[in-house]
Design a protein around this ligand. Structure first.
Ligand code: GLV
Length: 378
């Protein structure tokens, strides 16, 4: 592997190694990608304040997330289809996160199932839940996550309908890939990927296939999934879920102050300020633009995590400066996974850790708690 100096290096490597349909699935936003671009552009606009001679010899990136010690204020976000970026991708990413001392979130739409991951790692992970129309199945997913000792349930609230993903439509993206000529040619040039996915435990949605009667074959499964997102979901359903889940609840997908105020009263442990990586409402503001007003409205009532465009330790510092307690990364680790499996995810986390550490030194702070508005210009 060439020297990976930054997340962009991992992205370039992943682009060479992962079939186009799956690389594009992770990479893309919805519709015209306006919100996807705003996430990055608005982060880059925030300028950090360079300070000198502050004695930063004893720095630490350690902090806590939901009261649990972590080695840096970062968690791996729920990402669908990790097992299509690299065989057993969910297990590898979870192992990398745990070895680095940060939380991993398994997506409902993962390839390896909750049970596969639980059997392959030795610490609890977080489970992300989509509330589907089939509430019996939702209940069973919650019970399975509880039985697997998942320590938090991350409820994704911004996908009641699916924003159009133009790349996926054009690529004819399916799980597993449909063997059309175009795909076969693409996969033939990515033999390491093909081998890892062939050797992987599963080739389809592990949490779903085999858990719903009649949903064994892939065609009926994809029809079932696309009909399952529930536009009727409301705050009442949240109460029902909170009543079923015995541990910490995290509400993800909040970019509106009014929603944040309601969320803060639910008893959830945290909210994630997130626009789903620019993959849902195109034209929504960037996540970072909405962080300060949300922190001002509910920051004293509930822990606030940030998600949306983080590609560096400098970005983590920016989000923390604006009031987030920690950040989630999605694409940044998926590029690592595609580039080099577990080692690639480990590298992605290390890159961000090192950048955050140097950013702390050069902004004159020694601890995560000290990162506040005074580290940004203006
Ligand atoms: C699913 O959460 C997706 O954004 O594709």
């Amino acid at each position: 592997m060439q020297v990976m100096t930054c997340i962009e290096d991992l992205r370039q490597a992943a682009r060479r190694k992962v079939p186009r349909a799956f690389f594009d699935y992770a990479e893309g936003g919805s519709y015209a990608d306006q919100t996807l671009r705003a996430n990055r552009a608005d982060l880059e606009r925030i300028k950090l304040r360079q300070r000198i001679l502050a004695d930063v010899a004893n720095r630490s990136t350690k902090t806590t997330i939901l009261g649990e010690p972590v080695s840096l204020p970062l968690a791996l976000a729920p990402i669908g289809l990790c097992g299509m970026q690299h065989g057993d991708g969910e297990i590898l990413a979870c192992r990398a996160a745990h070895a680095a001392g940060i939380p991993f979130t398994l997506s409902t739409m993962s390839i390896c199932s909750i049970e596969d991951v639980a059997a392959a790692v030795d610490k609890p992970f977080w489970f992300q839940l989509y509330v589907m129309k089939d509430r019996g199945f939702v209940r069973s997913l919650i019970e399975r996550a509880a039985a697997a000792q998942c320590s938090a349930l991350v409820l994704t609230l911004d996908l009641q309908v699916l924003g159009q993903r133009r790349r996926d439509i054009k690529n004819g993206m399916t799980v597993p890939p449909e063997l059309r000529i175009k795909n076969i040619v693409d996969i033939a040039t990515k033999p390491a990927w093909a081998l890892s996915v062939l050797r992987g435990k599963r080739k389809t949605f592990g949490n779903i296939a085999g858990h719903i009667p009649g949903m064994e074959n892939v065609n009926s499964l994809s029809t079932w999934i696309s009909g399952q997102f529930d536009p009727a979901m409301s705050w009442k359903d949240l109460e029902w879920i909170a009543g079923l889940w015995p541990r910490k609840l995290i509400l993800k997908g909040i970019v509106d102050v009014e929603d944040a105020r309601i969320a803060a009263k639910t008893g959830a442990a945290a909210i994630v300020v997130s626009n789903h990586g620019g993959r849902q409402l195109d034209g929504a503001p960037s996540s970072i633009a909405m962080l300060p007003p949300i922190v001002e409205a509910v920051g004293s009532e509930i822990e606030i995590m940030f998600d949306g465009g983080i590609r560096s330790g400098q970005d983590v510092a920016r989000a923390l400066a604006l009031g987030a307690r920690s950040c989630m990364i999605g694409r940044a680790y998926v590029y690592g996974l595609g580039a080099g499996g577990q080692a690639g995810v480990t590298r992605a986390i290390e890159i961000i850790r090192n950048e955050l550490d140097v950013t702390m030194a050069l902004t004159g702070v020694s601890s995560i708690a000290e990162i506040d508005r005074h580290v940004v210009v203006g």
